[in-house]
Design a protein around this ligand. Sequence first.
Ligand code: NDP
Length: 494
Amino acid sequence: MIDHASIRAALPFLPAPRLFIGGKWQAPHGSERIGVQDPTTAEVWGEIAVANEEDVDRAVRAARAAYERHWGHASPSERRHVLQRLAQVVEAHRDELATLESLDVGMVQTVARSFGVRALVRNLEYYGSWCDKMYGSVVPLPGKDPAFDYSQREPYGVVAAIIAWNTPLVFLGSKLGPALATGNTVVVKASELGSASSLRFASLCEEADVPPGIINVITGAANTGQALVEHPAVDKISFTGGCATGRRVAEIAGRGLKKITLELGGKSPQLVFPDAPLERAVAGVALGGLALSGQACAAGTRILVHRSIYDAFVERLVAFCRGLPLGDPLSPSTFLGPLISKEHRERVEGYIRLAESEGATFLCRGERGQAELASGFFLSPTIVADVPPESRLAQEEIFGPVLAVFAFHDEEEAVALANSTRYGLAAGVWTTDLARAHRTAARLQAGVVWVNSYGNLPYTVPFGGFKDSGWGREAGREALFEYTQVKNVFVSLA
Ligand code: NDP
């Protein structure tokens, strides 16, 4: 295993108990701290601050002042330049950010580089390029009186961006890009389990001369997030996390009638039809379910396979998954890194025990890492069959490397099974029959449907959930609407 201590020692930036507010690093008022733990080695290698209500208030005031003083009416070209400059600075620190993400949340470094940092850079560039393309519209009027009417989109003001730990850099890009491009200012609340890259990003904002106060980054736990949601000067909340927290956030936001976007959990199905390209489907299904060790909101963990190919497909799937290398996320040969924490691994193992007690058939069973991986929070893949579709294992988001396979007879049954959870984030369809692909996609209750691929998320396409998986959309043009409100202006020409 790579020596993480020496990798850390070579980093120019380490997480510390400081908050980035109003363009400056500030000491927190609160004395509480949270240890930063490397999930690969279980070593605690830093501390972050728990921002208290006073700290939250300072951050929101800084964002409000920056909005009113400057950013809310900055010219589109200025906004574009700021976003593009920031993208360049982030890009220049690609390797370092990817390393930090691996050490902090256990994301495989090559993935952190090609997916995490890349998503942040591309989102900043993409939304930067939207700044001067947000057209309003001239609205035709039904009456005869001479008048002119137009509508345009305006920012909300201060956005609270509350993010999860699994892909922090992706969330920074998908929230900050559209929020800033449309003239809002932002307070980011990073997850207590994954704040390092957000703090480093804050220091890159300094390096990129981002105007003070437009991006503020605070750390802390649930109370910090809640204080942010409750703060009267926050106009809009963009939340990524679990359903239970999302519901709570929506309740609090509802009391203040705050605008809100929710990106929540999932239990996504992948449907494999008899005419699927078999080898490609095996790899795609496995990677779609197990990428990020299954710690992905859109992980396709319910595998529905047509009865006629069930045995052949499942045999290959199991062999493929068994062959996925588990290991140090800093190693380029690793596919499965550790889970985020000891507690989270125990939670995932609890589901495995539950499957056992419910009489599931184990096609392969997750094991903790051995030898040099023993101190980290590793867990190899589990694949179970013969699980009742209404059981907790088939219905609840596990957020770990656990796949459940089911057989279906026909398209009707496949769609019914696919739609049988309260979630509706994503779905995959594996078939070479074009008509079936479109027919099935139309009937799936999911915000994102992939056909003959899984997990492909270009920054230009909208992402978000049906049903309990969320409200609103991130990415693509749609995200611009989440951060703006419509103003209509009627001008009498009489
Ligand atoms: P949580 O819901 O536990 O936390 C998300 C964020 O909310 C964290 O920053 C957390 O702080 C904060 N928070 C916790 N309680 C409150 C509160 N009462 N008020 C305001 N903020 C609060 O989720 P996880 O971090 O464990 O992330 C995993 C979940 O996120 C999974 O369900 C996953 O599916 C979902 N997710 C959804 C995505 C999507 O785009 N749809 C993408 C990725 C993940 P802290 O953790 O510091 O306590």
